[in-house]
Write a protein that binds this ligand. Sequence first.
Ligand code: PLP
Length: 432
Amino acid sequence: MNLFAERNNRIDTENAFKVGPHIVRVEQNKGSVIKLNLGEPDFSVPSHIKEEIKRQLDLDNTHYCDPKGLLSLRIAISNQINETRNLNTNPEQVVVFPGGKPSIGLAQQVYCEPGDEVIYPSPGFPIYESFIRYVRAVPVPIHLKEESNFTFSPEELEKLITPKTKIIYLNFPSNPTGGVASQKLLEDTARVILERCQNNVRIYSDEIYENIIFDGNKHISISSIPSISDRTIISSGFSKTFAWTGGRIGYAVFPTIEEADYFKTLNINYFSCIPPYNQEAAREALENPLSKEVVQKMVDTFEDRRNIIWQQLNDIDGITCQKPGGAFYLFPNIAGVCEKLDLIEKHNNLPIDQQSSPANLFQMFALYEHQVAVMDRKSFGQIGAEGKHFLRLSIAAETSVLKEGVYRLKNASEDLSGLDRFIKERPDLIST
Ligand code: PLP
């Protein structure tokens, strides 16, 4: 009898968390690392939200509460969703989770039978792909194209839909590419789904970056297209908009109360409830008019950084980078660097158990030899990632730090002898 159940072999992870021990080791041995790997805003939680957390603690609002989420918060969420998406949702359709992440995997548990197919963007947030096989469903990546600024065409989606399709994940603005969807793409997507899917297929629209949009544009949610709203789960949260990743508050709005109640049952089984003092502060974040101004300031800062770093990346020989329309990531193509450093050949010559991807080899080299941490393409969906050479840089740091980080990447992209030494020694393979 094995200690571990077989299903443990069918779940993956989020590498952004796995790279931490490597950074610690480099910092212990060589000094500080520029961390462009993190998916969290480098701002403080706005003070009116912090004040509300403290006030709620002083009120002793620290006990078990409604597993579906406090009604006061669910009302605020439902109101905000109705205003911004032109919908008519009811607070009973809303479920609060510990972050935007849990409902991704829980949705697969609630809706998928073994053999059902799940369509998800690749590159995309790794948790979409990570859970699918755990519930014995079948992963069907829709590959986002660099040429179309990391979106897809309705024809590409149509080809992937079969009678077994059960969930279709969308994520705009996107992690890791910063791609945003046009009204036309969302309308075409809705049309294809209406034509090709039964009405028990669900769109899971992950809109956690909804407020981080550049160039004066506004977020558009597929749920605003009237014909498709009753098949759409809207997911969002407080981690990114309010720089509050440690608060662990996210939510999803379901097409029916019946569906929301299945998720409530899972909440009871897994978490019981979410800290009520944080939930009241999340309500404050939605209702206090001060939030708008603070969030806009953060978004303006991200936009300035995007402009500077996008230009600096495109100035590097061997790198091309699309201009992201939202979120706080840049996703440069490093195919030219792979060529310059002969990374593909060098990667393929590694022992099989040390191979990951040429971009991963470059990521580790840049970290260990040039002290800059980024993520590789394969960290955002493994299926079909071969031959795609990209990195993800987070712009959640001061501009001077970002500039220095990109300068280090440039140095790494020219350091042939350093790469050969690194491959010989592979310090990243030594376990802590
Ligand atoms: N969805 C996407 C697309 C994300 O990028 C993230 C976090 O990086 C999440 C969900 C999860 O957010 P949270 O920290 O609120 O769980």
